[in-house]
Design a protein around this ligand. Structure first.
Ligand code: ZN
Length: 272
């Protein structure tokens, strides 16, 4: 049974390690995003595109994670005038032309030049391909960050800053106008349900009173991590279960054989 104990310990070590790696990776994403923000903001200013690429990317992540799964579930199509629509993100075309070849290699999809890190590719886009950005008003996702809780996403681990009632009211107003434009209640049941959902998911938390948290309705990543954890657990525990059953059965067989041997020996000694 010593070997079985080692096997169990190893399997659990593997399980915790794999979960931790997944957690670390997703966390690192956001740390990286925050670290390069100032650098990029300077660069964006230089090229007179008054929209932060970094914050637009965070807003886009939030939309993909906490909104789109529910929109798709309702089979609803966001209207073009809705500022949350993918087409209303000026950086979308560039982001789609990022090729992540390797952990240390990012390639430009327009001119195929390679870079060591994503931030260098971002700078390359700003320097070489900024002509692709048509800076039309209302296409900057970063402008919606107040409503979408981008800061919460980046600074979730940091100490909370003091709540500003005026800012909260402003963000709430922006949030509600997004709900009205993207999910007009006159557009049917799906739109009405999503309108209500959007208020709960994003707008309710724009208050200084305690207890209201954004993304209260959940999101894609949380469920997928949960299912991943459960499936890893099952995949790892299943062989363990069979090993234990096998060892148990072998032990039983040996025990029975020993019993038989003892009883045979007993009979033999009795016959003498
Ligand atoms: Zn290029």
């Amino acid at each position: 049974m010593g070997r079985a104990a080692v096997a169990i310990a190893f399997l659990f070590a593997c399980l915790f390690f794999s979960l931790d790696v997944a957690g670390c990776l997703s966390h690192q994403d956001f740390i990286g995003a925050a670290g390069t923000r100032t650098l990029l903001q300077e660069d964006v200013k230089k090229h007179e595109v008054h929209c932060s690429r970094e914050r637009s990317r965070i807003a886009s992540k939030i939309i993909d994670q906490y909104l789109m799964p529910f929109v798709e579930q309702e089979q609803y199509h966001l209207p073009n005038k809705c500022r949350l629509h993918h087409d209303n993100d000026i950086f979308r075309e560039q982001e789609e032309h990022k090729i992540h070849v390797d952990i240390n290699e990012w390639r430009c999809g327009f001119c195929k030049k390679s870079f060591r890190a994503e931030k260098f590719l971002d700078l390359h886009f700003d320097n070489r391909h900024s002509n692709l950005l048509d800076d039309i008003q209302g296409r900057c996702l970063a402008d919606l960050c107040g409503a979408l809780h981008c800061d919460q996403m980046v600074e979730s681990k940091k100490a909370k800053t003091k709540c500003n009632p005026a800012a909260a009211a402003r963000n709430r107003h922006l949030c509600e106008s997004l709900a009205d434009n993207c999910f007009p209640t006159s557009q049917g049941h799906s739109a009405s349900r999503l309108h209500e959902f959007f208020l709960r998911q994003f707008c309710d938390a724009h208050t200084c009173s305690q207890g209201k948290k954004p993304f209260s309705q959940g999101g894609k990543k949380q469920t997928s991590v949960f299912y991943l954890a459960v499936s890893i657990l099952i995949v790892m525990l299943l062989p363990l279960f069979y090993v234990l059953v096998y060892l148990h059965q072998r032990g039983m067989k040996r025990g029975i054989q020993d019993l038989k041997r003892i009883s045979k020996a007993g009979k033999k000694t009795k016959s003498y």
